[in-house]
Design a binder for this molecule. Structure first.
Ligand SMILES: [Zn+2]
Length: 484
């Protein structure tokens, strides 16, 4: 085993094991450290020559824009909690290599992002394996996960992109290849962070990947790079790629790939138009010419919040980048919808969960199984915007064993990177009654005005209204008992 030293821009050394045919992507080749805890990646020379601003971009990415290092240490994270959280959502580079060649040092992906089983055993879990009709069929059941896992990994992805965009950064090449996913744990990690678009610096020599490039980028690709009409990768183009990924992971199909033929001249020309200037949503409400015939599950099964976002992304904003939903809106829409997920009781259901999209019909859209109990409580949450004025600001389906978390109890807490994830209460169906059992709320108050101690319960009767907390920002919950 030949172990070599790479010299980093700050004078540190990083060891790597020399091999004959290192794994190589479009931009870099990869060598592992002797203990495989990190990788040293060298850029292919040609691309380095085309990108003279790479070093300043890398310095900004590793320094002042780095959400995995706290501000006191030269990064951008507001706290250690936030830094540790985003370390799991990004594979953020940790060093710039200057000798023997230009490159970066990055952490190795955690073990759960490699297939443990099946024909791709040992390979990285690129999203593409799960999305390709052929490759998905080859995956063993033990790798597929259930729908809750896909929802959860979409939240991770939206949250990570929101963090980039908040700092003014754009990824520029979001795709199923550059986001590794683990549907079993419901997590994702964004990789290839070194080609981010950094404010004030020239964008990297990047276009994006087929299927994820925004229509305006593809449609103006033929123009010279400095032409004012040419669209380059930006936050708005990331917003398109993010919407495509979320739609794909939740519905297992591409939002723009349908039967419509745009050009008979060549397959290339057709693809260019179908993803570019003529791009048309497969579920466009007014134009069904690109709709696959076998489309059985419409996107509206995702509930109102995601339906609205998908419409903005692929109907209103497909050719109007400024109308696309921001990553933060996707994060919020996904977390709100997460609270409306219900387990499907059919043990062989492919999805195991569904969204309560229509309160009049609590039925799994994937296997058509009805909810097994004839009532189902929904907690309508309200927060006090002005003294005495309680406005609706959320809801959660209180199915058997559902938990409430601090961000349900208080209107100033969010389920993001800083969240305390201690369950505050859980719901049970017991002897014909729905109950909310208090686990950690110190001032839960019954509809009659009595304190409900920890370990005791509030009955969830239709119309019951109670305070989850008497503290500032504590919410009111109002029970809507659906008749199923
Ligand atoms: Zn089902």
């Amino acid at each position: 085993m030949t172990v070599l030293d790479a010299t980093l821009s700050d004078g540190r050394k990083a060891q790597y094991v020399l091999v004959d045919n290192p794994p190589a992507g479009g931009m870099k080749k990869t060598y592992f450290s002797p203990d495989r805890s990190y990788v040293v990646q060298f850029y292919h020379k040609q691309s380095a020559a085309h990108d003279p601003q790479r070093k300043s971009r890398l310095e900004a990415i590793l320094g002042k824009y780095n959400p995995t290092i706290i501000q006191a240490q030269g990064g951008a994270a507001a706290s250690e909690t936030s830094a540790d959280y985003f370390k799991r959502l990004f594979c953020w580079p940790t060093g710039i290599v200057v000798q023997p060649d230009i490159g970066i040092v990055a952490p190795t992906y955690p073990g759960h992002y490699f297939f443990a089983d099946g024909p791709f055993k040992g390979k990285e879990k690129e999203g593409g394996w799960f999305l390709g009709t052929k490759t998905r069929k080859l995956l063993p059941g033990s790798e597929l996960g259930n729908w809750k896992g896909y929802f959860s990994l979409c939240i991770c992805m939206a949250r990570a992109v929101r963090r980039l965009h908040l700092a003014g950064l754009a990824h520029s090449d979001l795709s199923s290849k550059n986001v590794l996913i683990d549907p079993l744990q419901g997590t994702s990690v964004i990789i290839d962070i070194d080609s981010l678009v950094v404010p004030g610096l020239y964008p990297p020599d990047m276009m994006g990947s087929p299927g994820y490039i925004a229509p305006e980028v593809l449609g103006t690709q033929h123009l010279p790079i400095n032409d004012p009409n040419r669209h380059l990768p930006s936050i708005a183009t990331d917003q398109h790629a993010l919407a495509v990924l979320i739609y794909q992971y939740l519905l297992l199909r591409h939002p723009l790939r349908g039967p419509k033929l745009h050009s008979t001249a060549s397959a290339e020309e057709d693809e260019h138009l179908a993803m570019g200037s003529k791009a048309l949503f497969v579920e466009h409400p007014a134009d069904s010419s690109n709709q696959p015939r076998d489309l059985k599950i419409p996107y509206t099964i995702l509930g109102q919040d995601l339906t609205d976002l998908i419409k903005r992304a692929f109907v209103d904003g497909l050719h109007a980048p400024h109308k696309r939903p921001a990553a933060a809106e996707w994060e919020r829409g996904l977390t709100k919808t997460w609270d409306m997920l219900i387990p499907c009781t059919n043990p062989v259901c492919t999805h195991q969960m569904f969204v309560l999209a229509d309160p009049r019909s609590v039925c799994c859209p994937f296997c058509k199984t009805f909810y097994p109990i004839n009532t189902l409580p929904v907690l309508k949450l309200r927060s006090e915007r002005r003294p005495g004025q309680w406005l609706p600001d959320g809801q959660i389906v209180a199915f058997h064993n559902q938990s409430l978390f601090p961000w349900h109890v208080f209107d100033n807490l969010y389920s993001g990177e800083l969240a305390d994830r201690t369950p505050q209460a859980y719901c049970v169906f017991h002897e014909g009654r729905w109950l909310l059992i208090n686990q950690a709320m110190d001032s839960l108050t019954s509809p009659g005005g009595n304190r409900v101690p920890i370990g005791s319960a509030v009955e969830l009767k239709d119309g019951a209204r109670f305070r989850l907390s008497q503290q500032a920002h504590g919410r009111i919950a109002e029970v809507q008992l659906l008749q199923v």
